[in-house]
Design a protein around this ligand. Structure first.
Ligand SMILES: Cc1cc2nc3c(=O)[nH]c(=O)nc-3n(C[C@H](O)[C@H](O)[C@H](O)COP(=O)(O)OP(=O)(O)OC[C@H]3O[C@@H](n4cnc5c(N)ncnc54)[C@H](O)[C@@H]3O)c2cc1C
Length: 283
């Protein structure tokens, strides 16, 4: 069956009402950079498509020490904010200008493996998401959002409405390794953040893309960093741990074996950027 109806709600309540009415028949589309090719190729055959572009869900603003990012904020809009520089870096490394002009931050969370690059940065930043339905809205940590391969916390009657990112001065590194500069799926993506207590690491976040069924945290590696000075030995131990604990896969871009090695290498490089004495460019 081809698409029978295209809904274009003008507000979030209207969108949620239409979603409640049509249920599982609806394919939600934001920028359409992932969803539209699936329809064109006959892989996805929805009877109803709901476009979110006019629902008033885009925009970036500071609110109580956090950055509020509307779900349909485009990746180009994300590049234009200054509050969280690492999100600019992540957006800059995603796709190309034409795709970034259409693709949204919310849609990036749903990108099939190797997965969304911006989602990896958001995971390292302890971002959370608001999932709204016509009945209620709930806030879920991004760390709890993903539940498995192409599965997540979003219920059929819910939309991802907004994302919340704590604003802090903690240096955060983002590295993406792909086969070419633009429009390249990741071999591996790494985002890392360290909280210092004087000369000692008090807390750490290491998020990985293309190294599991969805963006994942390298929790063993994070634990190994706590209490260290982020010196050479600590970085080597954490890099090795990340390579051990990740769950990479083989696809047309890279083998599981190669990805695991690149996880170790790029976690090391990201942590070196955060180590005392490293050059502090715009991260
Ligand atoms: C040539 C090309 C290159 C690319 N390169 C990269 C890359 O380098 N890095 C990268 O990360 N991605 C890349 N992508 C993937 C994609 O463009 C981005 O991940 C983009 O952010 C997806 O957003 P979208 O709004 O277009 O998603 P859509 O296609 O609109 O939606 C994707 C999925 O998310 C769901 N969805 C979207 N928004 C919501 C919402 N608010 N609530 C509930 N469900 C929602 C939709 O139902 C759909 O299932 C590339 C795509 C193309 C075509």
């Amino acid at each position: 069956m081809t698409v029978q109806a295209y809904l274009l709600p003008r507000s979030l309540p209207e969108a949620l009402g239409q979603l409640a009415q049509h249920g599982l028949d609806v394919l939600v589309m934001a920028g359409g950079t992932v969803a539209m090719p699936l329809i064109n190729d006959g892989i996805s055959l929805p009877s109803v498509v709901m476009g979110l572009r006019l629902a008033g869900l885009d925009g970036v603003e500071r609110a109580n020490g956090r950055l509020r990012i509307g779900a349909t904020t485009t990746l180009t809009q994300l590049l234009q904010q200054n509050a969280v520089p690492v999100l600019r870096e992540a957006a800059r490394n995603t796709a190309s200008w034409s795709i970034r002009n259409m693709g949204t931050v919310g849609g990036n969370l749903f990108t099939p493996p190797p997965g969304g690059d911006v989602a990896v940065a958001l995971l390292a930043l302890d971002a959370s998401v608001t999932l709204s339905s016509s009945r209620s809205a709930r806030v879920v940590s991004l760390a709890d959002f993903y539940t498995g391969f192409m599965t997540n916390e979003l219920a059929p009657d819910e939309l991802l409405a907004e994302l919340w990112v704590p604003i802090s001065n903690e240096p955060t590194a983002f590295l993406k390794y792909g086969r070419k500069h633009a429009n390249t799926p990741a071999v591996v993506t790494v985002a890392a953040r360290v909280t210092w207590d004087g000369p000692t690491v008090a807390d750490a976040r290491i998020a990985l893309g293309a190294a599991g069924p969805h963006p994942i945290r390298a929790r063993d590696a994070e634990r190994l960093l706590v209490g260290t000075d982020l010196g050479t030995d600590a970085i080597a131990a954490a890099s090795a741990a990340a390579a051990r604990e990740c769950e990479p896969f083989t696809d047309a871009i890279a083998t599981e074996w190669y990805r695991r090695r690149m996880v170790g290498l790029f976690v090391g490089r990201a942590l070196q950027q955060l180590a005392p004495g490293a050059a502090t460019e715009d991260r």
